[in-house]
Design a protein around this ligand. Structure first.
Ligand SMILES: NC(=O)c1ccc[n+]([C@@H]2O[C@H](COP(=O)([O-])OP(=O)(O)OC[C@H]3O[C@@H](n4cnc5c(N)ncnc54)[C@H](OP(=O)(O)O)[C@@H]3O)[C@@H](O)[C@H]2O)c1
Length: 298
């Protein structure tokens, strides 16, 4: 029998990809969206054969009604505490009310389980929701994909295309960083949604690549040489992020505040996905670092 999956956050970058991957796998897919959802995105979902249900996200009964008969609820919601903690709690409560057996929270990040609480604001929110989720009866699975590979295109200190530089912190020029493309993450998340035996935590990476390996790839792709340099010690990096956060109170209300970007890169240099579940499902192909970097570095 076809499985029925409900996606929250389906109008988002990752959410729509997860819907597409679920449809490819012949699942019945529905999406709860807020009444203000962009009609263009709603139409794109409808065209893919996703059943779009507009709900008042503050109304647990309305969400529960949409959850009736669903096997797994997948959350690809993005936001701060009002979304990652408060709204996801409402969605999980509604799923439980409707008898849904499984839930995938909107983690899709570095595996924060072994990281120090307080070091990364957005991970603290996920940790808070995880504590709630794990106290309920629903079976949860989280996907930890490191960073979306797209960030390599955004002139971050790790790879700055304008300065033609690669930066690293501490003595970590050979430290492997976990990157996964959004499409690879979505394909894997769809498999997890359909897999009743999926474990609690799954680490994945399209590619694991160190700053020195990035240097080799970009210099292969481009005629103009890139250079690599140490940015600072890890201790100085941590201190500068703390200062940046203290100096910018408004950033507390921004999802991707500058200090949060620093916290994310800090986590990438302190945590690694060592037990990859990439091979758990047959038929998935993973983008290589070389392929990805060659696709945009000139
Ligand atoms: N690992 C990484 O490097 C990385 C990078 C980026 C994102 N992520 C994570 O990936 C997940 C998905 O992110 P994304 O980039 O796909 O996000 P996105 O494009 O911003 O989409 C967010 C989704 O959440 C919905 N949403 C937000 N606030 C809502 C609210 N108050 N009520 C109802 N719906 C709400 C949006 O609905 P509307 O369309 O109605 O606004 C949209 O569907 C998140 O967990 C995010 O943190 C990870």
């Amino acid at each position: 029998m076809k499985k029925s999956i409900l996606v929250a956050g389906a109008t988002g970058n990752l959410g729509i990809r997860i819907c597409r991957e679920l449809i490819k796998r012949r699942a019945e897919v529905s999406a709860i969206v807020r009444p203000s959802a962009d009609p263009v995105k709603v139409e794109a979902l409808t065209k893919m054969d996703v059943k779009v249900i507009r709900v008042d996200m503050n109304n647990i009964d309305e969400i529960a009604k949409a959850c009736k008969g669903i096997n797994t609820v997948v959350s690809a919601l993005a936001g701060l505490a009002d979304v990652i903690v408060d709204l996801q709690k409402k969605v999980v409560d509604a799923a439980i009310q409707a008898g849904v057996p499984r839930f995938i929270p909107s983690d899709f990040c570095t595996d924060y389980n072994d990281l120090v609480p307080g070091e990364n604001r957005n991970f603290d929110l996920r940790r808070e929701f995880k504590a709630y989720l794990d106290s309920t009866s629903i079976k949860a699975s989280s996907v930890f994909n490191g960073a979306f590979a797209d960030i390599l295109k955004y002139n971050i200190p790790i790879l700055n295309l304008k300065d033609r530089s690669i930066g690293y912190w501490g003595e970590k020029a050979d430290w492997k960083l976990d990157f996964t493309t959004m499409d690879d993450t979505a394909g894997f998340a769809a498999e997890v949604a359909l897999d009743d035996d999926a474990p609690r935590d799954l680490q994945i990476a399209s590619f694991q690549i160190s700053p020195n390996m990035i240097l080799a790839e970009v210099n292969k792709a481009s005629d103009q040489a890139f250079e690599i340099h140490q940015l600072s010690s890890m201790e100085d990096f941590a201190a500068s992020i703390k200062k940046q956060r203290a100096d910018n109170p408004a950033g507390e209300n921004e999802l991707y505040a500058k200090f949060q970007q620093g916290q994310y890169m800090y986590s990438m240099f302190t945590s690694q996905n060592n037990e990859l579940a990439n091979k758990r499902y047959k038929g998935l192909s993973w983008t290589s670092g070389s392929e990805y970097i060659q696709s945009f570095v000139k």
